[in-house]
Design a protein around this ligand. Structure first.
Ligand SMILES: [Zn+2]
Length: 142
């Protein structure tokens, strides 16, 4: 069962991710200097590392590091797509609240809502402070 609002949100997210994925593929294609066919796109979607890229018959002067970065982004988008289909995309991993569309437009791979994110960051800060305190106050032995 899904309400009209939920469907609209789902559609908006799908459109957003779709556009992002198209742009990511275009970036990769532009760098490789050729269009990817469906099969190649599928290969990108599957697990692929630098060695696979090297085997893809690329021009010698292709910057593999940059390509790898773009590929990582593509994978993040593809992963978000999969999560969208299982209704886990755009949902806070901590409190299960929906992350607002406006936040996802700015941070498409946000995993937490703003309040959980802030709480987690505060916790991390406390952790770091404690770590620093301990290091500073532990007498050197030996
Ligand atoms: Zn949350």
């Amino acid at each position: 069962m899904s309400t009209k609002t939920e469907r609209r949100r789902h559609d908006a997210l799908r459109t957003m991710l779709h556009d992002m994925r198209e742009r990511a593929v275009q970036d990769i294609e532009a760098q490789m200097g050729r269009r990817l066919n469906e099969a190649s796109r599928h290969t990108i979607d599957a697990a692929m590392d630098l060695a696979d890229w090297a085997a893809m018959d690329l021009e010698d002067d292709v910057d593999l590091t940059l390509l790898q970065l773009r590929y990582t982004r593509y994978k993040e988008i593809a992963d978000a797509f999969r999560r969208l289909e299982t209704d886990t995309y755009g949902v806070c991993e901590q409190c299960r609240a929906e992350i607002p569309l406006e936040r996802l437009e700015v941070e498409p791979f946000a995993r937490f809502c703003v309040s959980c994110q802030e709480r987690l960051e505060a916790l991390e800060r406390v952790d770091r402070e404690e770590q620093r305190f301990k290091t500073a106050h532990t007498p050197a032995r030996g």
